[in-house]
Design a protein around this ligand. Structure first.
Ligand SMILES: O=C(O)CCC(=O)C(=O)O
Ligand SMILES: [Fe+2]
Length: 277
């Protein structure tokens, strides 16, 4: 029997007692609804092959290969391998792989015209300590903005690229490092819940459009300060066999990046869009 329980605060819900390989449409619809309401969905205790994971992931949307070609699974381009090939031939730790997602709070895929709907991870190996993933709500971030900032941001677009102002592109091949900015509303209405979210990413935003540079810098600095509401967070401690999916339209996340590097922490990851493009 499926058990669905909230994970404490304003975000996060856990489903146990299901096998995602056998979920019927009604069972999936219940899980999907719970996910939309909680931003982050944990499904525990799964035993999956890659095809099972892809098939289940495609129920959430369109699964597309990630632009980091060097971390794709060699036989399945839609699967990104996290934590694999951490050590170079000379034994040095590749920090871009070890600390992937740990540089700061972010949302995945804001650099695409059609940004990522969701990211889903399946845990294959979990370290003895550390290695958690942190989540926070963009709805709560928007709700908590002072009224003057809500008014100022209304209708404004942000320009985003893969590496943002820091141009962090270590996981991309040389020829894939040149990004044209794309534009997204900073106050973005979620297409399924109708709720307003603060759609922001300090590592991918270049500038706020239609305001002068000084004001753009000031807004980016202020949003960086305000984007995380401590009472609307969830921290996931991984167990092998966990699937976690988060909604990139209404959640921020970051990896803790703190586990013993000599231990394995390995996930399969998929990037999911609402539509192909
Ligand atoms: O490894 C993690 O905990 C999350 C990394 C991340 O940011 C991602 O997969 O998008
Ligand atoms: Fe991420």
């Amino acid at each position: 029997m499926a058990t669905i329980r909230p994970l404490g605060g304003k975000i996060g819900v856990e489903v146990s007692g299901v096998d995602v390989k056998k979920l019927d449409d009604a069972g999936f619809a219940e899980i999907y609804r719970a996910w939309l309401g909680a931003n982050v969905l944990v499904v525990t205790g799964q035993e999956l092959e890659i095809d099972d994971f892809l098939r289940y992931s495609r129920r959430f949307g369109v699964v597309l290969p990630h632009p980091s070609k060097m971390t794709r699974h060699p036989d399945y381009p839609e699967i990104t391998l996290l934590g694999v090939n951490k050590f170079g031939a000379d034994g040095t730790l590749d920090m871009a792989i070890y600390r992937r997602g740990a540089e700061g709070w972010h949302t995945d895929g804001a650099y695409d015209q059609e940004p990522f709907k969701a990211t889903q991870l399946y845990a294959l190996a979990v370290p003895s300590r550390g290695g958690d993933t942190h989540f926070a709500s963009m709805y709560a971030a928007y709700d908590a903005l002072p009224p003057r900032l809500k008014e100022r941001l209304d209708g404004l677009n942000g320009a985003f690229t893969y590496g943002g102002r820091r141009k962090k592109t270590a996981l991309l091949n040389e020829e894939d490092r040149d990004w044209k900015p794309v534009f997204h509303r900073i106050v973005r209405t979620h297409p399924e819940t109708g709720r307003k979210a603060l759609y922001f990413d300090p590592g991918k935003i270049l500038r706020i459009e239609s305001v002068d540079e000084q004001e753009s810098d000031a807004i980016i600095a202020e949003l960086t300060e305000r984007m995380i509401q401590p009472d609307a967070q969830y921290r996931h401690q991984w167990r092998k066999g966990d699937i976690v999916i988060w909604d990139n339209r209404c959640s921020y996340h970051r990896a803790a990046g703190d586990y013993p590097p000599e231990e394995d922490r390995i996930h399969w990851r998929v990037s999911i869009k609402e539509r192909a493009a």
